[in-house]
Design a protein around this ligand. Sequence first.
Ligand SMILES: Cc1ncc(COP(=O)(O)O)c(C=O)c1O
Length: 422
Amino acid sequence: MTVQPPATGDVALPPVPWPRLFAERARSMRGSPIRELQEISLKPGIISFAGGMPADELFPIDEFCNACERVLRTHGSRALQYATTDGIPALREIIAHRASQNGLHVGAQNVLVTTGAQQALDLIGRILIDPGDKILVERPTYIGALQSWSTHQARFLSVGVDDEGLVVDDVEAMLRARPKFIYSIATFQNPTGAVLSIERRRALVRLAARHSVPIVEDDAYGQLRYSGQNVAPLLAVDAEERDTGNATSLGNVLYLGSFSKTLSPGLRVGWVIGPADVITQLNRAKQTADLHTSPLAQSIALDFLQSGFLDRHVERLRLAYAERRDAMLEAMSVSFPTTVTWRAPAGGFFVWVTLPEPLDAATVLIGAIARNVAFVPGAAFSPDRSGSNTLRLNFTHPSPELIREGIARLGPILARLVDRGA
Ligand SMILES: Cc1ncc(COP(=O)(O)O)c(C=O)c1O
């Protein structure tokens, strides 16, 4: 039997005007400059300080193979079947247990496993942000949070960051504008690497509580400290200031964690800790977002936590990343002009650089790309696009040798532009 092709008629069908069909919400979606730079970074020969990526060669591939095999052989159907939205109970329990320190009590009911911390940001937007709501952010801050909450049609208020983190003295005036919540990357801030001092943490949680404005604490980098002493997360400081030891039933902080920087961003496993009624609401939002986070990925993370491997691996990462940070700082002090300054980070992924004004980091980037080096100009991290004379350098992805080479290429470009007063 021959099948006749459908009659097409003489008239071509009109094109579909997709952009006109996009919802209001979609119009406020912006691409991240980092994602765009990532394409350039993939060009062969480019030394990229642009992305916020862990080192490829430090991924524990053999351990992943072994954990995968163990998980599939012992919990195969749990790992491959549909799962509950809130996450594998044993994983929620171990996350709760590890967060329960210094008198702070967190239970599994206070934990929602998410598809990376990025999903937690989106879910928080879904349950807390009405169009036009204001969010108080650090300036500069993580672009992914700005992108996510722009989608929910938020507006941003911002307060600057200095060597001790968010300038908390400037927060009170902003709270009068009634932001819906405060977003803080208190430890090894992205992009500045700053750590909010304990005094400021105490002041911030008290201030936020007095004004009934919750805090979203994003702790994506907190475990990656290379020097100095740990500072308690805002979640714990809030509990301490309340003197209840139970930030999770009464507290004012939603805490975001992730395995992306310590295990693998490809795993896509993160979590939120918060009061149980907020977790329930976030769970409802997650049901429509993705039903649940991959149970295979969750089971692998759980295996690494239960066996103690993750903690040993983080120790190895700390040593390797400290070496890369030091290589970058040393190379910068050799080849950057003395008018260029930077903050030496005690942890995290980034060095934040300030150029003498009126030098624009976007101009430097053009010269850098011509010499096969990439970084992110700092203005991308501010909702008001301020900080055009700043830039962010990642030191965890390139090897120490490539770091030295890349910084040696950047030095003369900076020197030339500084001399020209560009
Ligand atoms: C501050 C911050 N929060 C969240 C994320 C997203 O992390 P995840 O891979 O867990 O979604 C990142 C990633 O770079 C980040 O820097």
